[in-house]
Design a protein around this ligand. Structure first.
Ligand code: OFO
Length: 172
């Protein structure tokens, strides 16, 4: 696979995934500053997952002989007004990433790059989970509507999240 459009799109995706890690790191910092350690843990794990996603694209591009070009990672939003706002932004960002991966899939189909198409399947499945996870927490935050006791219950739940390294077929 040496299609320039595909290589460029995967390079862009490496940047987007590292930006995701950066964005979620800002969210982790916000929750740490509020002493909501469970929420901070949730985003700590999310940052690690995004790094895995980025390196998955990076490794895949290396493996197929495409040139990796690292570009500047833009500054993320660093100030947030509430936990609900954070999860609204996180869900919106995951929807953006899903669309971006769909676009990669569209390119691979157009150019009949079956190898990349198979590689992208893992990400497509992963995005269902990513949106679901963000959406689930967002719905709970809407339900408690700023109630302190409810917030601490969600915080305890999110403290349980554990990082499991991603094994991405085709990227190891
Ligand atoms: Fe949060 O998603 Fe990466 O790919």
């Amino acid at each position: 696979m040496q299609n320039e459009q595909m290589i460029q799109a995967i390079n862009d995706q490496v940047n987007k995934e590292f930006f995701s890690a950066y964005f979620y790191l800002a969210m982790q910092t916000y929750f740490s500053s509020m002493n909501l350690d469970g929420f901070a843990n949730y985003f700590r794990v999310q940052v690690q997952e995004e790094r895995d996603h980025a390196l998955g694209f990076f490794n895949y591009l290396n493996k197929i002989g495409g040139k990796v070009t690292l570009s500047e990672i833009k500054e993320p939003q660093n100030e947030f007004s509430s936990p609900q706002e954070v999860f609204e932004l996180a869900l919106k960002h995951e929807q953006f990433i899903t669309n971006s991966i769909y676009e990669l899939m569209n390119i691979s189909r157009e150019i009949k790059d079956h190898t990349t198409e198979i590689f992208l399947q893992w990400y497509i499945t992963e995005q269902v989970e990513e949106e679901e996870n963000m959406g689930r927490v967002l719905n709970k935050l809407k339900l408690i509507n700023g109630d302190g006791a409810g917030l601490f219950m969600i915080d305890s739940e999110l403290a349980q999240r554990v990082y499991v390294p991603a094994v991405i077929p085709g990227a190891v």
